[in-house]
Design a protein around this ligand. Structure first.
Ligand code: HEM
Length: 360
C-alpha cells in the first residue's frame, strides 16, 4: 500500500511537472521544440546558451507566462536560500547580541554609577518642558514602537523562545494577534514620528555647544559634571536623528513589505547609488526585492531597538527627574539647570521680556 506521504509527493511532483511544461512552452524554452527549429532555447529572451537559460530560471524569473500570477510561475529562486541563511544567521545573531548586550552594559553602568541624581537636590519649583502636543507625539511614537518591537522580535526569535514556553496553540494565537498589531500600529508609529519631527527638529540642529557636551561625556560618568546644553543636549540630538532617519527607513521598507511587489524600492535606490559610482544590480526580481526589504527592515529595526533601550534607561530609572518631562510636562528647576542650563536661561529671558512688554 502506498503511504500518504508517497502519494503526496507524487501529486506535488505531477503538479510541478505540469507547471514546468507549461512554463517552458510559454518561455519559448522548450528545448526539443526550439532545437528542431534550429533555435537556442530562450533565445527570444536574449538567452544564448543553456547556462544563461538556467541562470535566468534559477534567479526567480518566470519569462513570458500566461499565468495571471507571475510569482506563481517562478520555479526556482536560489537567492531564497541566501536570504534565509542571512536572516536566520548573522541578522538574528548580531541583533540578539546588540539588544541583550546593551541591557547587560546598562546593568553594569547602573551598578557602577547608580541613579544620576539632582546634585543640588530637588528645588520644589518647576519649569514647563513639554506641552500636551509634544507628549502626545512622544507617547504615540514610543507606545507603538514598543509594541512593534515586541511583535517584530517574535517574528525573528519567537519560535526559539516563546513557542517552547507557550505551546503551539497559545503561540499561534499570540503570533496572529501580533501580526495584526504590527501591521496596523505601524501607521501610529509613522504619525508619531512625523509629528515629533516637525515639533522638535528646530531644537536638534547640531551646534558648537554639542562638542563641549560630548567632550565631557555628557557628565554621565562623573558626579557634579554638567556640560552646557540648550533644550536638547548632544546625546539627545543623536537619539533624535537616529530615531528620525532609522524610523523613516524602517517605515519605507515596512510599506514595501505591507504592499508587496509594488514599490521596486531597492531597484530605485540602487539606481540612485549607481549614479554616484556604485555598481549595484537594478534588474531585481520581485522576490529579490522582498527579501532585501525584509533584511533591511530587520537590520535597521534591531539597531534602533538597541539605541532605544539606552534611551528608555536614561529617561526613566537611570536619571532622577527625567521622566517628569514626558509625564506632567514640568521638570524640577534644579534638574533643568543641571542638564539644560542654557535652555533655562533662554526660557527665563523670554519670560522677562514678555513681562517687560505685556501685550496690549
Ligand atoms: C517607553 C519608554 C520611554 C521612556 C520612559 C521615554 C522617556 C523620554 C523622556 C523622559 C524624554 C524627555 C527627555 C528630556 O526631557 O530631555 C524623551 C524624549 C524623547 N524620546 Fe522617549 N521614552 C521612551 C520611549 C521612546 C521611544 C520608543 C522612542 C522612539 C522610538 C522615543 C523617542 C524619543 C525622542 C526622539 C525624544 C527627544 C530626544 C531625546 O530626549 O532623546 N522614546 N523620552
Amino acid at each position: 500500500m502506498l503511504s500518504s506521504n508517497l502519494i503526496g509527493n507524487r501529486v506535488i511532483g505531477f503538479t510541478l511537472a505540469i507547471l514546468l511544461a507549461f512554463l517552458t512552452i510559454n518561455l519559448n524554452v522548450n528545448p526539443a521544440a526550439a532545437q528542431s527549429k534550429g533555435e537556442v532555447p530562450g533565445q527570444a529572451l536574449g538567452l544564448n546558451s543553456d547556462a544563461d537559460l538556467w541562470r535566468f530560471i534559477r534567479n526567480g524569473n518566470s519569462g513570458n507566462t500566461q499565468l495571471k500570477d507571475e510569482l506563481a510561475a517562478v520555479m526556482i529562486q536560489s537567492e531564497g536560500d541566501n536570504w534565509r541563511a542571512v536572516r536566520n544567521g548573522p541578522v538574528s545573531v548580531y541583533g540578539a547580541i546588540g539588544v541583550i548586550g546593551i541591557i547587560v552594559l546598562l546593568a553594569g553602568f547602573y551598578s557602577w554609577r547608580g541613579r544620576i541624581t539632582i546634585d543640588a537636590g530637588p528645588s520644589g519649583k518647576t519649569i514647563e518642558r513639554f506641552g500636551t502636543i509634544d507628549r502626545f507625539a512622544h507617547w504615540l511614537m514610543a507606545g507603538s514602537f514598543v509594541i512593534l518591537a515586541i511583535t517584530g522580535l517574535n517574528l525573528l526569535y519567537g519560535r526559539y523562545t516563546l513557542l517552547p514556553l507557550l505551546g503551539p496553540e497559545a503561540y499561534t494565537a499570540f503570533s496572529i494577534a501580533g501580526k495584526y498589531a504590527h501591521n496596523y500600529l505601524s501607521f501610529a508609529f509613522m504619525a508619531g514620528l512625523a509629528l515629533s519631527f516637525f515639533l522638535w527638529v528646530k531644537h536638534n540642529i547640531p551646534s558648537k555647544v554639542d562638542i563641549e557636551w560630548l567632550k565631557a561625556g555628557g557628565g554621565l560618568f562623573k558626579k557634579g559634571v554638567h556640560p552646557p546644553a540648550r533644550k536638547f543636549n548632544a546625546g539627545q540630538k543623536i537619539i533624535f536623528w537616529a530615531v528620525m532617519l532609522g524610523g523613516f527607513s524602517i517605515s519605507l521598507s515596512g510599506i514595501a513589505l505591507l504592499f508587496p511587489f509594488q514599490t521596486a524600492m531597492f531597484a530605485k535606490t540602487f539606481g540612485v547609488l549607481n549614479m554616484i559610482g556604485f555598481d549595484l544590480p537594478t534588474a531585481l526580481t520581485a522576490l529579490q526585492e522582498q527579501q532585501l526589504n525584509q533584511l533591511w527592515h530587520g537590520i535597521v529595526s534591531l539597531v534602533l531597538m538597541t539605541i532605544i533601550v539606552a534611551h528608555i534607561y536614561i529617561g526613566s530609572v537611570g536619571m532622577e527627574g527625567a521622566l517628569d518631562a514626558m509625564n506632567s510636562g514640568k521638570v524640577d528647576r534644579n534638574w533643568a539647570k543641571e542638564h539644560h542650563g542654557l535652555w533655562v536661561k533662554e526660557v527665563d529671558e523670554a519670560a522677562k521680556t514678555a513681562k517687560a512688554s505685556p501685550a496690549e
